[in-house]
Design a protein around this ligand. Structure first.
Ligand code: ADP
Ligand code: ADP
Ligand code: MG
Length: 447
């Protein structure tokens, strides 16, 4: 089960982060890149690298045969999938397994369950953990009316295989429902390859609270606390923090325990996240399992002093977790801003151009996870995440103030970024008070 060479089936900041983790563990790393990303830092820093195709993701970073070929040619024995791309693709896990490659993530059967939101929801409901009222099977157009009557408005139409906040539609009345249903199926088919959708009661302005878990191959499962990711636009996270502010200890403990129970019931291995919504009454509900490392994992690393990528690799090698639940200590507060190359004043339209870096923040408790370099071309082919700016403070207020200053020094030109919006959010009295809900940005008119 041990290995000494890891293929990184991803790009951007997470690919670089995995290269660095491999170095720390004295493992060799194999990078892949598309024709336009030859100059990327993960390519330069990896032990070796291979071009896997043209810029469009279908021909490069989503190309399973190309990934497997690179593993074979380079002699890599393990694959780290990062997040996005192939990270939750059970066909990819299967391809790795059949080529005797150690997939650094959960086993295929867990991936299949977690990837299908309804299957996961059923499993979770079966162990008595609260789920949001809604249909437990994909609905057909004919059944829809009857189901809607049971759930009531407002409700959400959600794609069964959804992810990244895409394809979720809010419906407030029956006229809207009729107009949305067909489009939602069509959108789900185009985005996720299956038209299946389901309905869920819409919880008004909930908080998004999630729990990081990690499990080894010996039955040890721990949680590494929670994160709040309520600052969203279009169901996509913009700012995350750990721990979630203003949660009563009793609720927090119950959410942590539910996450561990869910991971146990699923037979989970490696790192993962269990997502919940918390309503205005303080009740919490499971929403989904993310069977991979997440974008926002650094805020957890900062408060519990762990290297989650290195831990993922270690447990994939068959090592037992080196810490028990009791040994995990939490310190202070961390906040992350996802700095995107987008024009926040024009509907978050992706912005492209040649990046000029004028100044970057640094110092104690300031971390930038990025792959950017001066003069790089920001192309339209990939996700608009440019950098994750992460700060740590002894408490939330210290972290918040530090973030404001760090954003001020995050000074780049040549492309539009969401930096200014983050300064507005960070200094907003509701954010300062920790009074967050997923409708916050819309309610205060910031998006
Ligand atoms: P996280 O909770 O880790 O922030 P996100 O849902 O924001 O996860 O997704 C992380 C990355 O993966 C983003 O770049 C997002 O666009 C991408 N992503 C997530 N799910 C999918 C999917 N089903 N298909 C394609 N890309 C996805
Ligand atoms: P994805 O797989 O696209 O990440 P999720 O089910 O995790 O989808 O939901 C993404 C976001 O959509 C949540 O963080 C939340 O803001 C919103 N959301 C999802 N389900 C509900 C719901 N039933 N009520 C209110 N908001 C919801
Ligand atoms: Mg989610």
């Amino acid at each position: 089960m041990s290995f000494d060479k890891v293929l990184i089936a991803n790009r951007g900041e997470i690919a670089l982060r995995v290269v660095e983790a491999c170095r720390e563990l004295s493992l060799e790393s194999v990078a892949v890149f598309s024709e336009t990303e030859r100059g990327a830092p993960h390519v330069r820093l990896a032990s070796e690298s291979y071009c896997i195709g043209p810029a469009p993701v279908e021909q490069s970073y989503l190309n399973i045969p190309a990934m497997i070929s690179v593993a074979e040619i380079s002699g890599a024995q393990a694959v780290h999938p990062g997040y996005g791309f192939l990270s939750e693709n059970s066909l990819f896990v299967e391809a790795c397994e059949s080529h005797k490659l150690n997939f650094i993530g959960p086993p295929r059967k867990v991936m299949e369950l977690a990837g299908d939101k309804l299957k996961a929801k059923k499993e979770v409901a079966a162990i008595g953990i609260p789920t949001i009222p809604g249909t437990l099977d994909p609905i057909t157009v004919e059944e829809a009316e009857g189901e809607v009557k049971k759930i009531g408005y407002p409700l959400l139409i959600k794609p069964v295989l959804g992810g990244g906040g895409r394809g979720i539609r809010l419906v407030r009345n029956s006229q809207e429902f009729q107009a949305s249903l067909q489009t939602a199926c069509e959108e789900a088919r185009v985005s996720f390859g299956a038209a299946e959708i389901y309905l869920e009661k819409y919880i008004e302005n909930p908080r998004h609270v999630e729990v990081q878990i990690i499990a080894d191959k010996h039955g040890n499962i721990v949680h590494l606390g929670d994160r709040d990711c309520s600052v969203q636009r279009r169901h996509q996270k913009l700012i995350e923090e750990a721990p979630a502010p203003l949660i009563p200890t009793e609720t927090r403990n119950a959410i942590h325990q539910s996450a561990v129970d869910i991971a146990t019931a699923l037979g989970y291995e490696n790192a993962g996240t269990i997502e919940f919504l918390v309503d205005s009454e303080g009740s919490y509900y499971f929403i989904e399992v993310n069977a991979r490392i997440q974008v926002e994992h650094p805020v957890t690393e900062e408060i519990c002093n762990k290297n989650l990528i290195a831990d993922q690799i270690r447990v994939a090698m068959g090592e037992a977790l080196s810490y028990t639940q009791q040994e995990i200590e939490f310190h202070g507060h961390a906040i992350e801003c996802r700095i995107n190359t987008e024009d926040a004043t024009r509907g978050f339209l992706p912005s492209t151009g040649k990046l000029q870096i004028n100044e970057l923040p640094g110092g104690h408790g300031v971390r930038i996870d990025s792959y950017m370099y001066n003069g790089m071309d920001i192309s339209p082919y990939y996700d608009s995440l440019l950098a994750k700016l992460i700060v740590w403070g002894k408490d939330r207020e210290e972290a918040r103030i530090k973030m404001y200053g760090a954003l001020e020094r995050f000074n780049v030109e040549g492309v539009m970024t969401t930096r200014d919006l983050y300064q507005e959010i960070i200094s907003h009295p509701m954010f300062a008070a920790g009074n967050l809900g997923t409708a916050f940005l819309e309610d205060v008119g910031l998006v």
